[in-house]
Design a binder for this molecule. Structure first.
Ligand code: MAN
Ligand code: CA
Length: 331
């Protein structure tokens, strides 16, 4: 290889650079050109070298500083821990104990979990079995209910049919019975007309317009008189018509007699003992009556003149019983 002088070396050095840069070098001012021509120029390293060197030194300093700082910190810590060795040992022992305990607890827990798992599995199995049994029973019950319901429906239909038939038969028979009864009554009536033993009222009772009346011989208060009539299958006289009023008046012959009228339940509301509505019947009150004298008059008498007066129920008067008559009453 041929040795080259410094200029040539420099030239080669610059030839390695891009062409543009080379042109720039060529177009430099004269002093630059002079510099470039300086023989010492080739022996000095370029500026970049110095910059890199500086940066390297700076970085080394920084790295070293950091290392020193870190080392100092670790040393301090180490010295601190060494300053309390007993405390640390005690702490270590505590931690070891705790770890041991935790290990034991962990073992216990694991055992309990295992037991629970086993119990859970058993329970699940039992529940499954019970569930199956229950489902079967439920299904059976459903079937039974369904069958019962079906039977009931059939029975209900049968019952309805029978009931309808019975109703129809009852209507038929009722009509037939009524016809027979009428015929029979007619025959009885015919016989009675020709029989001297037949009377409409029993002995001691007087007949008037389809009813029998008994006039008492003694006197009693209203309640006793009422009871006496009941005991004879009758009731205290109920006066509904003028004819009845006149018949009663003619029969009592000036005697004061109890009749079947009172306002015992509500003052001023007059009730007949047989339930006849007093508003629907004519009333034969004496003038000025009823006056509920001393607020104690709740039972009705037929006065001497046959007119009505409210009087104390405790008074003793004669009384008149009434009951329906029958075509042929034999004594
Ligand atoms: C008189 C009148 C009636 C009263 C009777 C009581 O006849 O005062 O109102 O009911 O006495 O006996
Ligand atoms: Ca009165």
């Amino acid at each position: 290889m041929e040795l080259k002088n410094d200029d040539q070396n420099f030239e080669e050095f610059h030839l390695d650079q891009p062409r543009g840069d080379r042109k720039k070098q060529e177009n430099l001012k004269p002093e630059h050109s002079v510099q470039a021509a300086d023989p010492m120029r080739g022996k000095c390293p370029p500026l970049v070298f110095y910059i890199l060197l500086g940066v390297s030194i700076l970085l080394s300093v920084v790295v070293l500083g950091t290392a020193v700082i870190l080392f100092t910190g670790v040393s301090e810590k180490t010295s601190l821990s060494l300053a309390e060795p007993r405390t640390n040992i005690s702490q270590l022992e505590d931690i070891t104990q705790m770890l041991s305990k935790m290990k034991m607890s962990d073992t216990d827990l694991k055992m309990e979990i295992s037991q629970l798992k086993s119990t859970d599995s058993e329970l699940f199995s039992e529940m499954k079995t019970s569930g199956v049994d229950f489902k079967m029973e439920l299904s059976q019950m459903k079937q039974n209910v369904s069958e019962l319901f079906s039977e009931m429906k059939t029975a209900d239909d049968d019952f309805k049919m029978e009931f309808t038939q019975l109703k129809r038969k009852f209507t038929e028979w009722s009509a037939k019975l009524a016809a027979i009864e009428n015929k029979f009554q007619q025959q009885i009536s015919d016989l009675q007309q020709n029989d001297p033993r037949c009377t409409p009222c029993a002995t001691g009772w007087r007949y008037f317009e389809g009813k029998c009346y008994q006039f008492s011989e003694s006197s009693k208060n209203w309640h006793e008189a009422n009871l006496d009539c009941f005991s004879k299958q009758s009731y205290l006289i109920v006066i509904r018509t003028n004819q009845q009023q006149n018949f009663m008046k003619a029969t009592i012959m000036g005697q004061r007699c109890w009749i079947g009228l009172n306002d015992l339940t509500v003052e001023g509301q007059w009730n007949w003992v047989d339930g006849t509505d007093s508003k629907a019947t004519k009333m034969f009150w004496a003038s000025g009556e009823p006056n509920n004298e001393r607020n104690n008059e709740h039972c009705v008498e037929a006065r001497f003149d046959g007119k009505w007066n409210d009087a104390p129920c405790t008074f003793d008067f004669r009384w008149i019983c009434e009951r329906p008559s029958f075509p042929c009453v034999t004594n």
